[in-house]
Design a protein around this ligand. Structure first.
Ligand code: GMT
Length: 377
């Protein structure tokens, strides 16, 4: 093994693709022998079992009475600096430019230049926040001052350059899945709890934010269910949930739709599904579609952001214009009725998840970036 590194990781530790990627990466780095310190406001939800190479440092926010807003960012910067010094960390890998990269840069100013900062952009920090003029200069600063910046798709790299007028090199590091966790599980008994043997299962997993266009999922399902016996599983929750529930009721679909709420172990639910629906307005990568792929479930998605880099239209899933629920329903029906096509696409999904977006390849890529910024051979 090359030199063992001491790495600090900061992310949003609650549900969400960026938190999942950051946590899984940390676990894989620890498995490879590196010492990994998570520095977050709460325990990352996928951290799981004890590992002697993994440490967790909780950021506590001081809610002093003169503060109108408790200063989380300052508490984080201060905690980062403390942990770096105490544990002699080599680098901080922060997920999201705002506020995490800014906090890491402040910590670097406090402890000295020897500390390196690697920033990973996940999407909304650019596609939403960078459009806000009150933040764009700060995001540009965070990116330009980081020792290395990575983004989860080529599309996100281009968008970052375009929106922020940035020339700095940005490394492409796609999201990944751990093939030991995401694989087609044996779920015959569990499947019986959701559908009859002759029924197909469609699934949607998200945080139900407007950007996910979850009501489109209902529209697609409505069209498919008119021709094919099927059921729909919703996993996750968020601001659009009540709107979605209303539409399900309006269309008289309540008895065919299951709301599973937030779930940790989605590999099981994916494995019992036939098609994943992801009609998002924007998706810098679409981790959930990769998780589905790895479980042998093709996705019908919108042709937006980084999704076409993950799903090759007609080969490993299907893509349609944003909001084109007719076309998405058409592709879903095609998948559910054309068995040879379905099997061919499932095989392509499994191959792509296992060999292109797999944990070994991407973890190695991140390690190379770490060694590069630290000037290690
Ligand atoms: O999609 C979300 O709403 C959550 C968000 C996050 O920060 O976790 O997801 C972003 O990062 C994921 C991991 O890199 C990507 O797979 C998602 O596509 C991206 N979401 C958007 O771009 C809307």
């Amino acid at each position: 093994m090359k030199e063992r590194l001491k790495i600090g990781i900061t992310c949003y530790p609650t549900l969400g693709g960026s938190g999942v990627v950051a946590t899984e990466l940390g676990k894989l780095l620890a498995e490879k022998g590196h010492e990994v310190h998570f520095i977050t406001h709460s325990m990352p939800f996928r951290l799981g079992k004890f590992d002697r190479n993994i440490f967790y440092h909780e950021v506590e926010v001081n809610d002093y009475y003169v503060f109108k807003y408790p200063p989380y960012d300052l508490s984080l910067a201060s905690k980062l600096a403390q942990v770096v010094q105490l544990e002699e960390l080599d680098l901080l890998h922060v997920h999201y430019a705002i506020p995490h990269a800014v906090c890491a840069l402040l910590a670097k100013q406090m402890v000295g230049d020897k500390l390196k900062v690697v920033t990973t952009l996940h999407g909304t920090d650019i596609t939403v926040l960078a459009q806000d003029e009150s933040l764009s200069d700060l995001i540009r600063y965070a990116i330009n001052q980081s020792d290395a910046v990575t983004a989860v798709s080529k599309d996100l790299i281009e968008e970052t350059r375009r929106l922020l007028n940035i020339e700095k090199h940005i490394d492409l590091a796609y999201n990944f899945v751990d093939k030991r966790v995401y694989f087609p599980r044996e779920v015959t008994d569990l499947r019986k709890e959701f559908a009859q043997p002759d029924e197909k299962i469609l699934i949607h997993i998200s945080n139900f934010r407007p950007v996910k266009r979850v009501t489109d999922v209902v529209e697609i399902f409505h069209r498919v269910a008119q021709e094919i016996p099927c059921r729909l599983l919703f996993v996750g929750e968020g601001p659009e949930l009540s709107k979605v529930l209303c539409r399900v009721k309006e269309l008289g679909l309540l008895d065919r739709v299951t709301f599973c709420g937030k779930q940790d172990d989605v590999a099981q639910l994916l494995s019992l599904s036939d098609v994943m629906l992801l009609p998002s307005e924007k998706e810098s990568f679409g981790l959930v579609a990769l998780e589905a792929m790895a479980c042998g479930v093709p996705t019908v998605a919108s042709n937006t952001g980084g999704i076409p880099e993950l799903i090759v239209h007609g080969e490993s899933g299907f893509l349609a214009d944003i909001g084109d629920v007719e076309q998405m329903a058409h592709y879903t029906k095609q998948l559910l009725t054309d068995k040879p096509l379905y099997e061919k696409i499932v095989e392509a999904c499994l191959y792509r998840a296992r060999f292109t977006f797999c944990n070994d390849v991407i973890t190695r890529q991140y390690e190379e970036i770490y060694y590069r910024v630290l000037g290690l051979p």
